[in-house]
Ligand binder design. Structure first.
Ligand SMILES: [Zn+2]
Length: 187
């Protein structure tokens, strides 16, 4: 009897140990990620900035199309993003500005290949992830470009949208479902 009752206890102890270890690992990774983001201040040249502005205007169109669930024009808009980001990688020779442009380029290619709403949203999130560190580095660029950077706590992704408009999460599955847990951390 004694021996039997020992088995579950050992199992529970082992499970607890695993949970603690996993938690420590995840926590350490998060800290590492946070650190790398905060350390990465993006500086870009003037010519690259003109491409950033062109990218932003197309990005805003893609954002509105996704919010309206009108994806017909997304492939041609993706081509514009690919063209501008390619030029950006040519003008920006230094990291991490070049790294940002390469991230936008990869995301734009993924956006062009995207099939259906979910894949379009995933590709749009990767472009947003690539471009948002620039605005975290230089928050005054948000005002200059009349945009705001939001993040949805439910879908865990950021996006840029026109300022003074109510925040609408582009990652929701239905056009009618409004995400309520949206934060604006970078004003
Ligand atoms: Zn959301």
């Amino acid at each position: 009897m004694r021996r039997r009752s020992l088995v579950p206890k050992t199992a529970i102890c082992f499970l607890l140990f695993c949970c603690c270890w996993l938690n420590t690992v995840i926590h350490a990774h998060h800290e590492e990620d946070d650190h790398s983001h905060s350390a990465e201040k993006i500086t870009i040249g003037k010519s690259t900035y003109t491409y950033v502005k062109s990218i932003l205007s197309v990005y805003e169109e893609v954002y509105e199309n996704i919010c309206d669930r009108q994806l017909n024009h997304v492939p041609e808009l993706s081509q514009l993003l690919i063209d501008y980001a390619t030029k950006g990688t040519e003008t920006e020779t230094k990291n991490p500005g070049r790294h940002m442009m390469q991230g936008i380029l990869e995301g734009a290619k993924r956006l062009q290949r995207a099939d259906g709403l979910l894949n379009t949203q995933i590709a749009f999130a990767s472009i947003s992830d690539a471009i948002s560190p620039l605005f975290k580095s230089w928050p005054n660029l948000l005002k200059k470009n009349k945009i705001e950077l939001f993040q949805c706590k439910v879908h865990r992704h950021s996006w840029l949208q026109p300022q003074d408009a109510p925040p609408v999460c582009p990652y929701a599955h239905r056009v009618t479902s409004q995400c309520t847990s949206i934060t604006d951390d970078y004003q």
